[in-house]
Design a protein around this ligand. Structure first.
Ligand code: NAD
Ligand code: UFG
Length: 337
């Protein structure tokens, strides 16, 4: 199949690119590198020994995007391009609505111009808001607690309505839990521009000596050790879920929301211990105040992915930490060198 990846140079996009190339699909990456490096693409090319098209562009550039799609003629689009920092979305909501919501409208118009009816969308477990029960299944009520979450919810609604209006259309809304880790080679991985917001990249940077210590945001939650529990999903498993979603989209119409998680929760201290074991380094930490907006536990019910996509996560927390460490220790400054 012909697969068009918006945001394909980013963290999840580059791992998915590698997976999709290994399945012999033809690929075009469309990315403005606003939060990524073209080096990630060069490295995927080296790892797979496969060529693919690359267009540097902004999804908000409606005519440029339409031209890229009309030229490439994709069977399916995988839409990663978007902004993802919760705190920044609170400070700059218009930038988030514009990039994530208006950007998706621009993409759908361009897809219509190119007669492409299939999309796989990077949604997030954040659309469940504060859990009313656990584990979270796809029928859990939806809500958003910040502008970033609102954009994911809005795009889900837009895609549902788009499919409703087009009998031939398919949208697979993949609701990611907490993606972490890197490719086993350690050649591609997560390369945050600034101080990492998320736990795993922060822990890796402490282990490699780029930061002094981790701040653990609260140890008084109602969890086994008092620290926050999340469903961490290895980015390679997540990439394989996209490959499965692409196959699913080629054989079905309509809109499906599907959780992508492991169904297992790990606490902040579980992650610290697993990272210490994987790296052989000590990860100093101090417990500080809870972070505003955090919940105690987030965990997926991953059955729907198994039933519809024939996909389930295979890698555990030790694999996630080992691969994150390999990437971090081989590339202490990410793609910058
Ligand atoms: P990322 O920032 O590494 O990748 C996003 C890519 O999109 C980057 O390469 C960036 O340059 C590109 N991009 C952003 N705006 C663009 C625009 N206007 N035009 C063209 N390209 C643009 O992020 P990621 O972690 O790989 O996340 C990918 C998607 O998955 C995002 O939509 C994110 O919201 C979603 N998601 C991520 C997580 C996570 O924890 N990483 C969790 C749930 C959902
Ligand atoms: N944490 C720390 N110290 C840190 C960073 C995080 O203790 O320096 C803790 C948090 O309090 C939380 C856990 O580690 O208990 C995980 O935090 P992350 O920031 O890594 O992930 P979140 O679950 O808060 O958020 C992530 C994405 C969101 C997405 C959400 C739901 O960043 O975009 O998962 O899937 F919406």
């Amino acid at each position: 199949m012909r697969v068009f990846l918006t945001g394909g140079a980013g963290y999840i996009g580059s791992h998915t690119l590698l997976e999709v190339l290994s399945e012999a699909h033809e690929v075009c990456v469309y990315d403005d590198y606003s939060n990524s490096s073209p080096h990630a693409l060069t490295r995927v090319e080296q790892l797979t020994n496969r060529k693919f098209d690359v267009v540097q562009g902004d999804i908000l550039d409606q005519s440029g995007l339409a031209a890229a799609l009309v030229t490439f003629k994709p069977d399916v689009v995988v839409h990663f391009a978007g902004k993802k920092a919760v705190g920044e979305s609170v400070e700059k909501p218009l930038m988030y609505y514009e990039n994530n919501v208006v950007g998706t409208l621009s993409l759908l118009r361009a897809m219509e111009a190119a007669d492409c009816n299939r999309i796989v969308f990077s949604s997030s477990a954040t659309v469940y808001g504060t859990p009313q029960y656990l584990p979270l299944d796809e029928n859990h009520p939806l809500s958003a607690t910040n502008p970033y979450g609102q954009t994911k919810l809005m795009v889900e609604h837009i895609l549902r309505d788009w499919c409703g209006a087009r009998p031939a259309a398919t949208a697979v809304l993949l609701r990611y839990f907490n993606p972490v880790g890197a490719h086993d080679s350690g050649i591609i991985g997560e390369d945050p521009n600034d101080i990492p917001n998320n736990l795993m990249p922060f822990v890796s940077q402490v282990a490699v000596g780029r930061r002094e210590k981790l701040q653990v945001f609260g140890n008084d939650y109602d969890t086994p050790d008092g620290t926050g529990v999340r469903d961490y999903i290895h980015v390679v498993d997540l990439a394989k879920a996209h490959a499965a979603a692409i196959s699913f989209a080629s054989a079905h119409t309509g809109c499906e929301a599907i959780n992508v998680g492991t169904g297992r929760g790990s606490s902040v201290l579980d992650v610290v211990r697993a990272f210490e074991a994987a790296s052989g380094r000590v990860v100093p930490y101090e417990v500080v105040q809870r972070r505003a907006g955090d919940v105690a536990t987030y965990c997926a019910l991953p059955e729907k992915a198994r039933n519809l996509l024939g996909w389930q996560a295979k890698r555990d927390l030790a694999d996630m930490c080992a691969s994150a460490w390999k990437w971090q220790s081989q590339n202490p400054d990410g793609y910058k060198d």
